[in-house]
Ligand binder design. Structure first.
Ligand code: FES
Length: 60
């Protein structure tokens, strides 16, 4: 995987955590990622980035 990246600065959630949460819990949408990781539950500006990770994981 590429270098880790801070995705949600409100809750300090990195790409690797979101990736693992999606894989480990078979998440399929943004709301589920928010529930499990807290990422995206603050200002909301990271929603697009989270969705991109979801798309990436779900494609593979
Ligand atoms: S950066 Fe993710 S909710 Fe604010």
């Amino acid at each position: 995987m590429e270098e880790d990246k801070l995705i949600c600065s409100c809750f300090d959630v990195y790409k690797s955590e979101i990736y693992k949460a999606i894989k480990g819990n078979e998440l399929t949408n943004l709301q589920e990622v928010m529930d499990i990781t807290s990422a995206g539950t603050g200002c909301g500006s990271c929603h697009e980035s989270i969705q991109e990770i979801l798309d990436e994981v779900l494609e593979n």
